[in-house]
Design a protein around this ligand. Structure first.
Ligand code: UD1
Ligand code: UDP
Length: 374
């Protein structure tokens, strides 16, 4: 008999990392794969579903403007609880460290449904950073049965917490599977990007790609990041700064206020990009400034130097490989580190080697194979 597996996700990065798994599970006769989206994100989730051609079987449509952690978490647990009572899956799959992940794992636990956790074992060992994601990871580990780790280091973290060795599987990160699929789609059909000068993608001018959304950077962190970008854009008028601005209002307010007036010449504030244009932007970039988790995993495999505007990282593999540097959110440090890479070719070359600490693009096959056998 087919095993029914409910894949539950809600935000852009979860969709990017789970859509390749969904496509494989749907094609596998051993599984009856149901997709439930919480709709924690709306527009940014739909962009990814469209790219991979995944249509949810259930959409809980939970997003509210400027939602709070408590409000979203409580609505998600209640809605997923109803969904599981009706659908009665044999397995629930979640990915990563968002509110949807914790709520999905907890609701499944209450129904005695075993949980498969994809991208397990990432840790900063600091519950305040990233906040609330580190807590979501730790709690989801306690609730999950099968743990799919991107790296050996992630596995070691789980062993330290007493997770049984037999339940941990090192698979690589499914983001690399997604990235390879996207690169091929971009190669066949180069996307256009609204809001950029028409020839920027084809020209030789240097481009710095910026993203940011972490809750612990709200307030001073974002003020510093935006001021640093403004100062860098004035100091390097021949470099273009392209910033697809996350839809969170706590991000859009400081970005619009500090960088809005500088738009047009060499600062380009654009809407969050669908995955294919964003992959094209990463590929085109000279340098990436970000606080994103997923971008820290993708950029090394594209050979792009990346400055991470955070104080901690749960992805030490990319730092060890030399492509990622952790620089925090002090304005002077962001300016100094970015300027160094823009001015010093030797320093730039040291960081620009392509490496693949997060996998070979076969994580999905490994995960599905394990699930076929357990
Ligand atoms: C969430 C995750 C974070 C993840 C990030 C990926 C939590 C607590 N946070 O943060 O771990 O790294 O997604 O981007 O789970 N909004 C829209 N449309 C969208 C998406 C967001 O309008 O498509 C706005 C809404 O006003 C929403 C707000 O952004 O209330 C915040 O969304 P939320 O998912 O709570 O937090 P993120 O900052 O996106
Ligand atoms: N991304 C995207 N469009 C954008 C910005 C990012 O498709 O405008 C992709 C990016 O390639 C990565 C993922 O979204 O795969 C990262 O999402 P985000 O930074 O929002 O979340 P995090 O990874 O930090 O949880």
């Amino acid at each position: 008999m087919k095993r029914k597996i409910a894949v539950i996700f809600g935000t852009r990065p979860e969709a990017i990392k789970l859509c390749p798994v969904v496509l494989t599970l749907k094609a596998d006769p051993a599984f009856d794969c149901k997709v439930c989206v919480t709709g924690q994100h709306r527009e940014m989730l739909q962009q990814v579903l469209d790219v991979f051609g995944v249509t949810p079987d259930k959409d809980l449509a939970l997003m509210r403007p400027n939602q709070t952690l408590g409000g979203l978490t409580s609505r998600a647990i209640a809605a997923i609880d109803d969904y599981l009572a009706e659908e009665k899956p044999d397995v629930v799959m979640v990915q990563g460290d968002t509110t949807t992940v914790l709520a999905g794992a907890l609701a499944a636990f209450y129904h005695h449904i075993p949980v498969a956790h994809v991208e397990a074992g990432l840790r900063t060992w600091n519950m305040q950073s990233p906040w609330p994601e580190e807590a979501n990871r730790v709690l989801t580990t306690r609730l999950a049965k099968w743990h799919f780790c991107p790296t050996e280091n992630n596995k070691a973290n789980l062993l330290k917490e007493g997770v049984p060795d037999a339940n941990i599987f090192v698979t690589g990160n499914t983001v690399i599977d997604a990235l390879l699929m996207a690169k091929e789609m971009v190669r066949k059909n180069p996307p256009t990007i609204d809001g950029l000068p028409p020839d920027l993608m084809q020209s030789e001018v240097r481009m710095v790609l910026v993203t940011g959304h972490r809750r612990e950077n709200f307030g001073d962190g974002f003020e510093n990041i935006c001021t640093a970008i403004r100062n860098l854009a004035e100091r390097f008028p021949d470099v273009h700064f392209v910033y697809p601005v996350h839809l969170n209002p706590n991000v859009r307010e400081p970005v619009g206020r500090i960088l809005g007036h500088h738009c047009g010449k060499n600062v380009h504030l654009i809407e969050p990009q669908s995955y294919l244009p964003f992959v094209a932007l990463m590929n085109r970039a000279y340098l990436i400034l970000t606080d994103s988790g997923g971008v820290q995993e993708e950029a090394p495999s594209l050979g792009k130097p990346i400055l991470v505007m955070r104080d901690t990282t749960e992805r030490p593999e990319a730092v060890a490989s030399g492509t990622v540097k952790l620089i925090g959110t002090e304005r002077e440090v962001i300016e100094r580190e970015a300027a160094l890479l823009l001015m010093n070719e030797k320093e730039y070359a040291k960081m620009a080697a392509a490496v693949n600490p997060y996998g070979d693009g076969k994580a999905v096959d490994r995960i599905v194979k394990v699930l076929e056998g357990v």
